[in-house]
Design a protein around this ligand. Sequence first.
Ligand code: HEM
Length: 422
Amino acid sequence: MLDETARLLVHGYSWLPALRRDNGTGVAHTRVMGQRAVGLSGPDAVRFFYDEDHVQRRTAIPGLVQSTLFGHHAVHTLDGAAHRKRKGLFLQAMTRPDVADLVDHTAAAWDDAVTAWRPGQRVVLFDQAARVLTRGVCRWAGVPLADADTAPVARDLTAMVDGFATLGPRHWRARRARARREAWLADVLRRVREGRLETRPGSAVDVVARHRDADGEPLEPRLAAVELLNVVRPTAAVAWFVMFAGHALHRWPEHRERLRGGDRAFAEAFVHELRRFYPFAPFLGGRAVRDLHLRGEAIPRGSLVLLDVFGQNHDGDLWGDPYAFRPQRFLDRPIGAFELIPQGGGDPVTNHRCPGEPATIALLRTLVVRLADADYAVPSQDLTISLRRIPAMVRSRFVITPTEGRTAERTDWSEQAVTPAG
Ligand code: HEM
């Protein structure tokens, strides 16, 4: 079997779905990064992937991803009791009342930003959303952040996400951003532990500072900073979906009125469709802990197991007309734990599913309605979303120009829409 790493880097999101299509069972056998790998998707595959008796994470996450996206020795790399104990930290920080506070802080930051918009000004929606989310999450988490630092911190938080799947300049930017922000948060945590900085009891900073791992020991400062960043960084990354929301409202303006009208169920459905339709996490990786079988296909012990997130979120058997952006599909459809998997599947308490999913949905529900309610025009720009780039980006990062009144108009746009994989 030929190593497919180069093809993955070239083809991006469509690489794994195309490979899986070549095999009638939807299971792909391949090699990446010099290792045997098996790609899968479908609700049965999600169930299979999240069974620790089948697939574990230790040794599965490439150093390149740890040095940029997650940090070293982070919760993503743990299994079993050690994972569940560390995961408790995130679940504790992200309880329901806490999420409501996070949304309030972020909504206030958005409203401040919009109040400062001037007609005709050029606002890059991705950058604006990243700053708003950074301000909201830092205030909520108890991380001191001066106004002047908001933009550089937002740039670093999004750079860490932007550079995890490339070897080019974006990757090195991500590493430098991570080094800077781990040192920054390690210092914040040190000051809290030494009683030199006060923080709200129950805030993310407080929870991380006091957390004891499975060995009964507190996290050493750099590791504590890694995990605090694992709350703050992905919250800033919600900016990707705010940018995609701008794109969707422009491309399908018929949804704007319903969002403006305060239809909460529709807003939630819109958010689910955003997370399903637009490409973000391409696939998730683990390692087979023993010789396994799925749909009659052998998965040898030690092989990488790749869960095709993008493929599953665009699977025509699960989502009729999967390349149509249709929020209505979520209005009359309960979502199972193994179907819609932009943030992983299964049970976030016992496995690796994202603990920030309720917060992501709540933040987007609020920000998307505010965006729909804002008065702006969309100037001519390159709105291409290439499926070759991971993570995907609207090439222009979605530029808007605020207007005086409700005159948001549809301008000509010439981007290629997100195209079917393959
Ligand atoms: C843009 C929005 C987000 C997306 C697309 C996203 C996506 C994901 C994905 C795909 C995973 C991996 C699941 C797995 O390995 O099985 C994950 C894990 C994780 N996410 Fe998110 N996430 C988002 C927002 C958040 C937020 C707001 C937080 C804040 C707490 C968060 C914290 C985490 C953590 C700590 C993990 C590791 C969980 C574990 O290994 O047990 N994420 N996320």
